[in-house]
Structures are given as structure tokens and as C-alpha cells.
Design a protein around this ligand. Structure first.
Ligand SMILES: Nc1ncnc2c1ncn2[C@@H]1O[C@H](COP(=O)(O)OP(=O)(O)OP(=O)(O)O)[C@@H](O)[C@H]1O
Ligand SMILES: CC(=O)N[C@H]1[C@@H]2OC[C@@H](O2)[C@@H](O)[C@@H]1O[C@H](C)C(=O)O
Length: 378
């Protein structure tokens, strides 16, 4: 029997919207061909529990273990959908890469936590599972994130300088130059703060197409306050972040302080005021990305966007307005905006099995190149 060359990637990111899954074949150079894709939404109970587990709380150990098992069951559903679409059996899949759910990310304290249950996932799917991709890089003194730049280099490298921009919960950029190792880092919130604000004021988990926020105007002085009050934005790369910093508390504390300084004591906001804040948060995302690109990739000839934020038309317009170079999506390169991260985790599983060091010091600041992930054989 020929050796299986198919890999699955499972990504559930910081937005907490669900699982993106892909099935791909990799050639000897690690170039992917996408064979099937699927997305499974988080049931609301799992979404709420995973969100709650981002903050210290009672009985965290048991709750984390149970949430990890629920996540593994959802991953297994996504795998079943992929195998059904492609009409293949688990035996034909060499391995799957499962990111897990980040609930803490503190490389400054020497740890990062992705809830996952790889042993249960191997039992449920009959496929070898590669997981825990970030901890080795953190152990080697790195940020443990972002990990996708090396994959981006394999699929998006061009004869000119390019930036790849992922708009998930957090935004991260990869800088690709023709004769250089890729660089990359997180720039700050992408959709995370906008999602929190939209949920609070509309009850919807996110602002579809950015239409609600697009009815408001951004407030330049609030934007300046948000930019100047957070030292993380000015920190040099390598850097990474998450809900540990850009939380509901981060947002509420700053909005309260700004309104108090401005003498605005009114508690209840009008719909228009709430939309103006949404427009300002959108602008904060665009501005922090543009500042990072100007500082680290002023020679970029284009920016290719992926992640759910690519579907926020108002955010894409802001980016096109203030970015120093043209902005388009990865669709133009033949990879769907929703598939890039899941494909990266299929590639990371492939790289683990080939013994390829996917952890790069140029990106994360680790002491050296490292093989990422650990294997739970089928
Ligand atoms: N139709 C849409 N209109 C506007 N925004 C959208 C739309 N679809 C998705 N999004 C945004 O994209 C987010 C999900 O993006 P994505 O799945 O790329 O994030 P993630 O992978 O969870 O995060 P990260 O990359 O930080 O780990 C949603 O929370 C929402 O804010
Ligand atoms: C700790 C963690 O889960 N980080 C994520 C998050 O989501 C986007 C950004 O922050 C990025 O640094 C990373 O994910 C991508 C997949 C990465 O590692 O490249």
C-alpha cells in the first residue's frame, strides 16, 4: 500500500466562532492541493464556556478538561464532514493537525495554553493527531506565535515584497521578501474588540459585512486615546498577543476613562454613539496594522488579506484607504480567505512528520529552529 499523503488541518482561533477544517495533499516540497473544506460553528454553550475560560475562574481544571473533550468532539465532526465530501477513509490520512483553543497566552511568563484533547481526537477519528504546536517555541524563548509565516512563505512568496495579513480575532502580518527569511508578528486586535462591542449593543456575535459600524463615524480623539494609552502597540517585534490583553475589561476601562476625561458622564449610549465607537474600533484595527506595515514593510508592493475580517467590507475599505500599498485578498492567489489558517495547520502536521523545523527564530524570537508539535498515533 502507498504511504498516505493526505493531511487535515483544524483551526479554532481567538474569535471563537467555530472550527475551520481542510483536507489537503502535500507534494514533496510541501505545496498543498486543497481537496475539501468544512466549517462547524461552536454550539453556544461551548462558545460561552471557552470564552469564560479565558479569564481566571472557579474550578478551572475540571471545566478546561471537559471543554477540551467537547472541542475534540467538534473537531471529529469536522473531520467526518471532510472525509464524507472527499469519499476517503481515515486510513488514507497521514495525520491531522489540531490547533486547540487558546485560553491563555503568556510567553512573557513562559507558557501558552491551547485547550485540546488529542488522545480523544485520535480515538474518535482513527487518525494520528499532531497537536501542541506552540509550547516548544515558547520553551525555546520564543513567542510561540504567529506560526503561519513559514507556511505563507511556501505558498505566497513572490518576486517582490508582499505582506500577508490575517484578520482573525487578532491581526498578524507576515512580511515576504524575495531573498529573505519571512518575518511576522501580531499587530493587535482585528475583530476581537469589534465583536465584543457589537455583541453588547446588537446581540449579534459580529458585525455582518461591517454594516452596523459603517453607519457611524470614527472619533479621531478616541482613536488617539486608544492608540496612546496602550504601550503594547509601540513595542517592537517579535510580539504576540490575545484575549489576555485585548479583553472586555481592556475596552470598558478605556472607554470609561476617555468619557470621564471628556466630561461625558451619561451611562446609556444612543445607537449612533455606539456605532461611532464601533467605527473607531474598526479604525484602531486598520491604523495599528498600517503603522506596523509602515514600520516593518514600507517596501511592500501589495497586501493580501485572509481571515474572517476579509468579509468586513467597511474594514477592507478602511485598510484600502490608509495602507501604503494596494490591498486585496488571498482569493486572487487561489486560496480562500477562510482556508489559509486551517491549511497552515495541515502543513504544520506535515512538517512535523517530515521532521522539518517549522519554528523560526526570525519570526518568534526563539533561540533556534525547532520541530513543532507532538504526535498521538492513530
Ligand atoms: N460576513 C462577515 N462580516 C463581517 N465580519 C465577519 C464576517 N464573517 C466573519 N467575520 C469576522 O471574522 C471573525 C472570524 O475570523 P476567523 O475565523 O478568521 O478568526 P479566528 O481564526 O477565530 O481568529 P485568529 O486568527 O485570531 O485565531 C468573526 O469573529 C467576525 O468578526
Ligand atoms: C496564541 C495564539 O493562539 N495566537 C494566534 C492568534 O490568532 C491570530 C494571532 O493571534 C496569531 O499569532 C496566532 O494564530 C495564528 C494561526 C498563528 O500562529 O500564526
Amino acid at each position: 500500500m502507498t504511504k498516505p499523503d493526505l493531511y487535515i488541518g483544524l483551526m479554532s482561533g481567538t474569535s471563537l466562532d467555530g472550527v475551520d477544517a481542510v483536507l489537503a495533499r502535500f507534494d514533496a516540497n510541501g505545496s498543498p492541493s486543497l481537496l475539501a473544506r468544512a466549517s462547524v460553528d461552536f454550539p453556544s454553550t461551548l462558545h460561552d464556556e471557552l470564552l469564560a475560560l479565558n479569564i481566571a475562574g472557579a474550578n478551572e481544571l475540571e471545566r478546561s478538561a471537559l471543554a477540551a473533550n467537547s472541542l475534540a468532539r467538534l473537531y471529529a465532526q469536522a473531520v467526518e464532514a471532510l472525509l464524507g465530501q472527499a469519499r476517503i477513509s481515515p486510513k488514507q490520512v497521514a495525520a491531522l493537525g489540531a490547533h486547540g483553543q487558546t485560553v491563555r497566552h503568556r510567553p512573557d511568563l513562559g507558557f501558552t495554553v491551547q485547550l485540546n484533547s488529542p488522545a480523544l481526537l485520535a480515538e474518535l477519528t482513527g487518525i494520528s493527531v499532531i497537536a501542541d504546536f506552540r509550547s516548544r517555541d515558547v520553551a525555546a524563548g520564543g513567542q510561540g506565535a504567529p506560526l503561519v509565516p513559514i507556511f505563507h512563505a511556501g505558498v505566497f512568496k513572490a518576486p517582490h515584497t508582499r505582506v500577508i495579513l490575517n484578520l482573525g480575532g487578532i491581526a498578524n502580518i507576515t512580511i515576504l521578501r524575495p531573498n529573505e527569511a519571512p518575518k511576522g508578528f501580531d499587530t493587535g486586535p482585528a475583530n476581537m474588540l469589534m465583536d465584543l462591542w457589537c455583541a453588547k449593543h446588537t446581540g449579534c456575535a459580529f458585525d455582518e459585512d461591517g454594516a452596523w459600524g459603517a453607519q457611524g463615524e470614527h472619533d479621531a480623539s478616541l482613536l488617539a486615546f486608544l492608540l496612546n494609552s496602550e504601550p503594547w502597540f509601540a513595542m517592537p517585534a517579535p510580539k504576540s498577543t490575545g484575549r489576555d490583553l485585548f479583553s472586555q475589561e481592556w475596552l470598558e476601562t478605556r472607554l470609561t476613562e476617555y468619557r470621564m476625561n471628556a466630561g461625558l458622564n451619561k451611562q446609556l449610549l444612543t445607537q449612533r454613539e455606539a456605532q461611532n465607537i464601533q467605527a473607531t474600533l474598526r479604525r484602531l484595527t486598520a491604523e495599528t496594522i498600517a503603522q506596523s506595515v509602515r514600520a516593518y514593510a514600507a517596501d511592500a508592493e501589495e497586501v493580501l488579506v485572509c481571515g474572517g475580517g476579509a468579509r468586513n467590507a467597511a474594514l477592507m475599505l478602511d485598510l484600502q484607504k490608509i495602507m501604503p500599498s494596494p490591498v486585496r485578498t488571498t482569493e486572487s492567489e487561489g486560496i480562500g480567505t477562510q482556508d489559509v489558517e486551517a491549511l497552515a495547520f495541515a502543513w504544520l502536521a506535515w512538517a512535523h512528520q517530515q521532521g522539518i523545523t517549522a519554528g523560526h527564530p526570525d519570526v518568534t524570537g526563539a533561540r533556534g529552529h525547532r520541530i513543532l508539535g507532538a504526535c498521538w498515533p492513530a
